[in-house]
Design a protein around this ligand. Structure first.
Ligand code: SAH
Ligand code: SF4
Length: 348
């Protein structure tokens, strides 16, 4: 429920307005798991909420895996038994970037992505998205901070547009989790009509999974390109209401022998001309199945150098969490993923 929904609920129950703020803060700031925890609400109100069938925090943390590089992956078990994963990526001193899932699986079938192989089961509700943040905060030691949130986990966020927008409202509400929109990034494979709508609705950062410098390659690795090709994508990005001094991120998964040649880098510079972008190169993270290979280090550096020389800001994403299948494009259920609630991760 949004802050506004809770206000309506409290009003309908004939309670004073300030109770809405108390209830909201118990859920989003103190992370209460039950109405009984809400010690400053009258017992009669708590009981009515229970009697009327309201519940809190349905998702549970399953296994928490920790990589040798400090990356943590939480399996989150949802009410209906479905599972998604969320990843905490260490960003220096006790700070993490959290990668959020927006769907169970994904319908878009990008050939290099493990989640894409699963197909789509369903959208996550706004509560199930926000719950990933709350569960992660509870699982981390008190002196650790989640400084940035990126919608780069399982699913295509703009395919679950309403759920994602509502979750962003919750995450950024000053009485709730209180994140600045500047610390939130939504990544999309390029659902053009929804990109404009996103920009008109919330001032979050935008990342685009570009992954190719021409339509021939993009058609082959991302079926969405057959609907929204690069020409249409670039036109939409030029019209995007990017706030002053901000850049959008272009993610480019480097697939050895497919899109990692110097000619591709050249082509990319021409494609992106006129856009305010930073480029993030992601050497492909392997999983069983597709016949791709991770490019050689020298190839990655040469690709980056050419783009740098042309004046672009270019980073190479450091691969993290590879040993626990938590790196980009590796999220999804595996056959041996048994679910066992992790009491320690729950701090219970
Ligand atoms: N569906 C959205 C959000 C997921 S983001 C999107 O595609 O943008 C996941 C990012 O990881 C995307 O940029 C994708 O291109 C990249 N990716 C997917 N599979 C990968 C893999 N096996 N190795 C490296 N990056 C991968
Ligand atoms: Fe879906 Fe993104 Fe994976 Fe493509 S890269 S299949 S859009 S999650």
């Amino acid at each position: 429920m949004s802050r506004e929904n809770i206000e309506v609920l409290i009003k309908d129950l004939g309670e004073p307005r300030y109770r809405a703020g108390q209830l909201y803060s118990w859920i989003f700031q103190k992370f209460a798991r039950s109405f009984d925890d809400m010690s400053n609400l009258p017992k009669s109100l708590r009981q009515r909420l229970i009697d009327e069938g309201y519940t809190i925090g349905r998702a549970q943390v399953g296994r928490m895996a920790e990589s040798i590089d400090g990356t943590r992956k939480l399996s989150v078990r949802l009410d209906d038994g479905a599972a998604v994963e969320t990843v905490l990526i260490p960003m220096g001193d006790r700070q993490f970037t959290q990668c959020l899932s927006s769907q169970v699986g994904c319908a878009l079938d990008c050939k290099f992505c493990y989640t894409g192989k699963m197909g789509l089961s369903r959208n996550l509700s706004p509560g199930e998205i926000v719950d990933q943040v709350i569960l992660a905060k509870r699982a981390l030691p008190d002196d650790c901070r989640i400084s940035h949130l990126v919608y780069m986990g399982m699913g295509e966020p703009l395919h679950n547009f309403d759920g994602v927008i509502q979750s962003i409202h919750q995450i950024c509400h000053p009485d709730g989790l209180g994140y600045s929109h500047k610390r939130v990034t939504v990544s999309t494979s390029g659902l053009i009509p929804a990109i404009k709508k996103l920009g008109d609705t919330v001032p979050v950062n935008l990342a685009i999974s570009l992954n190719a410098s021409n339509d021939a390659v993009r058609d082959q690795i991302m079926p969405i390109n057959k609907t929204y090709n690069l020409d249409k994508l670039m036109t939409a990005l030029k019209a995007y209401p990017l706030p002053p001094r901000r850049k959008m991120t272009m993610e480019y998964v480097l697939l050895g022998g497919v899109n990692d040649e110097i000619e591709h880098a050249m082509e990319l510079t021409r494609l992106l001309r006129g856009l305010r972008v930073r480029i993030n190169l992601i050497p492909w993270n392997p999983f069983d199945g597709p016949e791709y290979k991770r490019p050689e280090e020298a190839k990655v550096r040469a690709f980056q150098r050419l783009l740098l020389d042309k004046g672009y800001t270019v980073t190479v994403r450091v691969t993290k969490g590879l040993d626990i299948d938590a790196a980009c494009g590796q999220l999804g259920e595996r056959p041996d993923d048994d679910f066992e609630p992790d009491k320690e991760a729950l701090n219970e």
